[in-house]
Design a protein around this ligand. Structure first.
Ligand SMILES: [Zn+2]
Length: 294
């Protein structure tokens, strides 16, 4: 499952490839669970807009869309027919909207030439003015497509790379849950997943089961720094593998930060050689070094 750094990498790759391009038409498949907004709303919101930018919010990929006066608007007669037929909420001229993609477990967004072979499990094809296509492929169908007016979409929680240290400390202070669970709580921080939570706690020297309330301000400060460090390192690593995600001919696969604890149960700690322990906290595997983490 892509975590925050992978989603950031994918969003950057898409931005490089499609920002400035325009959406001419949209085909959507018939699998209802993929569409979080109504299909006609998705199509009406995307068609005839310009992609201003692509960015990440939490683990969502967000396309900012503009419908400017230069875009070809449907004739008034056609527009009113469409409105009557489907109550579609096409954007008025000048409006801004967002197309929001959550990749789920196996979702991918591909930028390709129209003659590229259509992959099985393609749920959306967005035809671009440049002639290319943007395709959403998702075999397991946990991914979700939706649309919103600009500003309406809230990913919840604070962005871990934007939140300041005071706010970060305030988020966790006094919580009775294990710090690992609190890190995974998307209402507090958005986008920190299991791997990066374990790696951050290791670097901060904090055991995953420690109650957040028992951590000092200094420890929370260390955790703040290590969460950012881990995410930024992973994003930096991803920079070279952008094409693996968004180009149809790219190899699949997630780049990985060299894990220090995650997935290393029983292997020696890279610092002190103590075997790494695995625990289950709130139903998730947690890995830590019993000696380095207090
Ligand atoms: Zn250790």
């Amino acid at each position: 499952m892509p975590e925050l750094p992978e989603v950031e990498t994918i969003a950057r790759g898409l931005h490089q490839r499609v920002a400035g391009d325009a959406i001419e038409s949209v085909w959507l498949g018939s699998k209802p669970q993929t569409m979080k907004s109504r299909p006609y709303e998705i199509a009406a919101t995307l068609e005839r807009t310009r992609i201003a930018q692509v960015h990440r919010m939490g683990k969502h990929i967000v396309f900012d869309l503009e419908r400017n006066g230069a875009a070809r608007a449907p004739s008034p007669a056609k527009a009113s027919r469409q409105l009557a037929k489907s109550r579609r909420r096409a954007l008025p001229l000048g409006a801004r909207s967002q197309w929001i993609v959550h990749l789920g477990m196996t979702g991918r967004l591909l930028v390709c030439e129209p003659d590229a072979e259509l992959e099985k499990h393609t749920h959306a094809i967005i035809k671009l003015k440049s002639g290319r296509e943007l395709r959403f492929v998702d075999p397991r169908r946990f991914g979700r497509l939706s649309v919103a007016s600009q500003g309406d979409f809230e990913a919840g929680g604070f962005e871990p790379l934007e939140v300041d240290s005071e706010r970060f400390v305030a988020l966790f202070r006094g919580r009775k849950t294990p710090i690992k669970s609190a890190l995974l709580n998307q209402k507090l921080l958005r986008g920190v997943g299991n791997i990066y939570a374990d790696e951050s706690l290791f670097r901060a020297g904090i055991r995953p089961r420690r109650r957040a309330a028992t951590l000092s301000r200094k420890q929370l400060g260390r955790l703040y720094a290590s969460v950012r460090e881990v995410l930024q390192e992973a994003i930096a690593l991803g920079g070279s593998s952008i094409s693996d995600y968004v180009d149809a001919d790219g190899e699949e696969g997630l780049f990985q930060l060299q894990h220090r604890v995650y997935g290393r149960e029983g292997e020696p700690c890279l610092v002190c050689k103590t075997p790494i322990k695995r625990l289950v906290i709130a139903g998730r595997s947690s890995h830590h070094c019993p000696k380095c983490q207090k």
